[in-house]
Design a binder for this molecule. Sequence first.
Ligand code: M6R
Length: 594
Amino acid sequence: MCGIVGYIGSNEKKNIILSGLKELEYRGYDSAGISVLSNNILSTFKTTGKLINLENKCKDFNSSGFGVAIGHTRWATHGKATEVNAHPHFGESSSVVHNGIIENFLEVKQLLESRGKIFLSQTDTEVIVHLFEENLKIYPNHLEAFKNTINSLIGSYAILLITKSAPDRIFYAKNGSPLLIGASKDEIYFASSSTPLIGLIDRVCYLEDGDIGVMDTKSFDNLKNIQPMGGEKISSQKDGYRYFMEKEIYEQHKVLKDTLRNRILDDDIILDLPDNFEDDISRIYICACGTSYNAGLSAKYLFEREAKIKTDVVIASEFRYADPIMEKDTLFIVISQSGETADTLEALKLANKNNLKTLAICNVDNSSIVREAKYSLLTRVGIEKGVASTKAFSSQVILLWMLGIYIAKKKSLISIEQVRTQVSNIKASIEATKVNACIHDRLKKISKRYLHGHGFFFIGRDIFYPLALEGALKLKEISYLHADGYPGGEMKHGPIALADSELFCVSLMPKHLLYDKIKNNIQELSARDATICIVAQEYNDIADDIVLIDKFNSYMEEFFAMMIVLQLLALEISIRLGNDVDMPRNLAKSVTVE
Ligand code: M6R
């Protein structure tokens, strides 16, 4: 989603901002722009499409000496993805970038228009710069003018503003959208996530909601909660794979071992949680969006069957406004790959307000969700660049599975012997994510049969139902074909009306869980002439197509082996359709607006 980078210093500002924006590129955007203020000249460049267009547009521009600069990648919310709607937005002598949504922008705009201001764009953001310039006429102190501007806004925002009459500083505000400030020797950097700043700064401050201020090269030390920030820039490469998504599918069996690292000792599970963590927990509430929600739904089956703990799972955007009943004995778990998803973050804040024990399962340390949660466990699978989540999903399921067993053990709900069995099952399940080259070849081949039709149903039962949801989500995200996930037994309650030979049913048929039940459900679809693609361990004659996985001894190994099949199937269909696998249309990696 939208990305922000800002810089104060004497190095080539254009290059710093452009390379910062490049680090945020994988998150998804549809236009981009930069403003550089140096030697009393404020220059702004904006383009639609990829950053390369912006680079070309400003290739002859250089800014020597000291100055300030801001840049932005935009994922359209208000107004189409046009050049004029791209950020930065400018007034007579100031320029602004913004992530989030200004909810009262229409009122502010009308007020400013009544005072003669002319608006160029359809965005909510443009009001900020005009209001600031109006306020500057009333409050000669820049910070006061900026604060008054921010205080008139309702919504969520991370904002950077530069202005010609204060050429050595950047004004900033944060509420609901992430923003951080970093410092190295004589330079100050801003960004909406730490990725663009790794290797450039040695200290960082993650701003809190409500922070409004101004920064020059001398004022960094006045900030609260400054932390050291080390690390070298590790630029994630495709390593010979065609897409990041493909690489991320293939590396799951390796990186999932990092999810386990130091958490399994002598066939026991040790998690970095306080001793009495399990006290007062008699039920679990899981809240997340998208793939993370599907991982949460998978965990419900594991928590209830294997760990004997009552669990509810809810989509974060639904939870927030449903006046949910929050009982004190609840462990409230949020799951988020990015740690920045706005709905999940707000749901977490609500749970904290209600004094629940909150725990984040996340892949990004120091993200807003990790910082907001009372406890957190990191999935540790490295940066995920493909917009379609793959290794994030598998690591979330593995970590949640371990958490369930850990709590059950501490509450004496299961025996030490059962813990041992689960641990060996977890290890075997990670092995099951190793891609079998023959299976991948088979998927490359059969994918050509699934490029048309009027839609896909992915079906499964029990924990294979959330896996079916995840398979459908993967496919629709990157193929743009209609796909739905359904519990196998539910098809005859409506969806089967769609069955004909142009309806593709990807059916998950594990040998070790409800085999006969799902077989019946598939037969019902086959009898109505639906085209059936079965994923199973053994040959079956109901199938029009069959993808055989290796032989496994447990349903969770089958779960992870089938997950790989679904991820690869989506990938191969998307490639055949000529889509941008890693950056599919309309999607963003980190969804920071509600
Ligand atoms: O970063 P999060 O896990 O909180 O993101 C939640 C969803 O936006 C995300 O899982 C989305 O559904 C992915 N693109 C799925 O592939």
